[in-house]
Design a protein around this ligand. Structure first.
Ligand code: ASN
Ligand code: ZN
Length: 333
């Protein structure tokens, strides 16, 4: 059946009023993003299996910012997926998670009081809980980009989700979560090097993770050590998140979009930032051309240096900063 590609209005919880891609079939609008590979957004309505129902209505206006209604989480999830689609397409030339122009799908309102979100290769889909207590639905831009990036990692490097490669897998999701949030340039959710700052996951207003100094969360590692592969992948991501912050912004104290950072180095030596756009380009190229399922921190260093030499030359300032940033997290030659 013919479906017309439409632009609807999303009244989101985290990002204000936004444009959402939809499709029209007769007098019914569906939250199927016709301009982005037909990425679909479903309402699980507290179920934990299947796809529930595709969000649809007769107005093409989705959600209510506050108080949120059942469509609101759908609007936020659809917006985050659309931004992530646009980021990979417009910045890295990758159309869709597989690069084949085909969308995935999102499911919101998973279970009750569920404080997490996840990607599954098996359904090529991502799923969001509603949070519980003070924690809000997990449908912020950075969480959406984090989960969708798990799909990209899976079909490219395929980094195994344990040991050091698991930490690099998690860091890849946090790195592109930050990159997408900056790309979005949404005044309601300005770009930052924090993960999950909008969802109040700890109930006290603090974010889930900090890229400038990962140990601020009380569990993540700041630096590589020989025991790094023994900790949870959401903590062994710390040194690579820290690397990304350092290579983007440089070491020491800095304020970006009103957020104050202070990034230390293992060797006590300074790192000069090259900007997050170049940093993201280096990580994306390494992820898609150098990293494999078993890449560890030492191999990630080698891979990023190889692509930096390709992009900027081995005598470049960029190459020196990439080298310095790895040394700053205790990964050396
Ligand atoms: N939200 C978590 C993540 O994407 C879910 C998990 O532990 N896999 O990393
Ligand atoms: Zn993850």
């Amino acid at each position: 059946e013919w479906q017309a590609v439409e632009n609807g209005v999303g009244n989101t919880q985290y990002s204000g009023q936004v444009t959402l891609g939809s499709t029209a079939s007769g007098s019914t609008y569906n939250l199927t993003d016709g301009g982005r590979g037909n990425h679909r957004t479903y309402n699980l309505n507290r179920s934990t299996s299947g796809t529930g129902t595709l969000f649809s209505n007769s107005t093409d206006t989705w959600g209510n910012s506050l108080p949120a209604n059942l469509e609101t989480a759908g609007a936020d999830a659809a917006y985050g997926a659309g931004l992530t689609w646009d980021y990979y397409k417009n910045v890295h030339g990758r159309t869709g998670i597989r690069g084949d122009g085909v969308g995935a799908y999102s499911r919101v309102h998973y279970s009750s009081g569920y404080v997490n979100a996840f990607w599954q290769d098996s359904c090529f889909c991502m799923t969001y809980g509603d949070g519980s207590g003070n924690a809000r639905p997990l449908t912020s831009i950075d969480v959406a980009a984090h989960e969708m990036t798990h799909g990209v990692t899976s079909v490219t490097a395929g980094l195994n989700y344990s040991g050091e490669s698991g930490g690099l897998n998690e860091a890849t999701s946090d790195i592109f979560a930050a990159a997408v949030e900056f790309y979005a340039d949404n005044p309601n959710d300005p770009g930052d090097y924090l993960v999950g700052e909008k969802i109040n996951i700890n109930g006290n207003g603090t974010p889930l993770r900090y890229m400038d100094k990962p140990s601020k969360d009380g569990a993540s590692r700041d630096y590589w050590s020989s025991t790094l592969g023994n900790v949870d992948v959401h903590y062994s991501s710390g040194p690579a998140n820290h690397w990304f912050y350092l290579i983007s912004e440089g070491s020491g104290a800095k304020t970006v979009n009103g957020v104050a950072y202070d990034s230390p180095t293992y060797d006590g030596l300074p790192v000069t930032g090259i900007g997050r756009d170049k940093a993201a380009q280096i990580w994306f190229k390494a992820l898609t051309t150098k990293f494999t399922s078993t890449t560890n921190y030492a191999a990630a260093r080698t891979g990023t240096l190889a692509v930096t030499a390709d992009l900027y030359g081995a005598d470049s300032a960029e190459y020196k900063s990439v080298t310095d940033a790895w040394a700053a997290i205790n990964v050396g030659p």
